[in-house]
Design a protein around this ligand. Sequence first.
Ligand SMILES: Nc1ncnc2c1ncn2[C@@H]1O[C@H](COP(=O)(O)OP(=O)(O)OP(=O)(O)O)[C@@H](O)[C@H]1O
Length: 309
Amino acid sequence: MASPIISIRNVSKTYTSGFQALDNINLDIHRGEIFALLGPNGAGKTTLINSICGLVNLTAGQVTIDGFDNVRQYRQARRCIGLVPQELTAEAFEKVWNTVSYSRGLFGKRPNPALIEKILKSLSLWDKRNNRMLTLSGGMKRRVLIAKALSHEPPVLFLDEPTAGVDVELRKGMWDVIRGLKQEGVTIILTTHYIEEAEEMADRVGVIRQGRLILVEDKHTLMRSFGKKQLTLELKQALTRLPDTLQDPHIALSADGRQLVYTYDTKDDTADIAALIDRLYRAGVVYTDLHTRQSSLEDIFVDLIKETT
Ligand SMILES: Nc1ncnc2c1ncn2[C@@H]1O[C@H](COP(=O)(O)OP(=O)(O)OP(=O)(O)O)[C@@H](O)[C@H]1O
């Protein structure tokens, strides 16, 4: 297997306040993947990103980026990274084209107007290139920050809450941009509060809680192994209680007695829908409709966070 593009070994961070924000994190990021870092507020996501990018001094441990140690070889390591911070900071009076070109210059790269044009076009910012930053909407400002982060052609892009406060349509547009970057070979690490965002895009998911990485898993494997399915039957007549023949830990009656919900593991071969239907028939339970629902990454995430509380 190819060497990881980022390697994080035994990383801990205790702020000067004495607060331990990261506790012995070990993680490899694969080349070309989209890795989503999930966790509740204050879990340590931004601290981890900032630690990798060399913006936070590590208390212990080591990070290498494309083989470069992010402390001893800071300049080389930093060149490999584009960082889009959570906060929308921008030079208000600067024009879009200038601010993006300037960012490239900061990394000692020669001007490359054709590249800047390509980046601005891919982010639908081309017609805004002569606008001053203060005239842009929040969604546009965020895209300018992505353009700045990409201006020096880094192989790795960090996106801290890329779609926070962005409306649904723009969020979907942003997802397309991120997918496009992956197709160009950029490795992407993002944090998000919108679990749907991770479900939509991530190849792998990491869950961080109270400074500890409690799970790292391929998204599809995670959804298969933790996923549950629910079969809901709309009853013709409300029941006051479940008939004795239907007493089963997998079967529940809704509070109003109008729905019967059968929950089963997607990987459980013993889940037998035909047998359930037969039991309902024998118990004289008549239903008018039925539908199934697969648990989302959000359900899994909420369960995970609960379990480790
Ligand atoms: N400079 C600092 N000094 C002291 N404590 C800090 C500092 N920066 C962050 N913290 C604390 O470290 C913890 C982790 O913060 P961090 O911003 O990494 O969390 P997060 O997972 O990114 O949260 P959010 O989802 O709210 O952005 C929080 O409890 C925060 O208060």
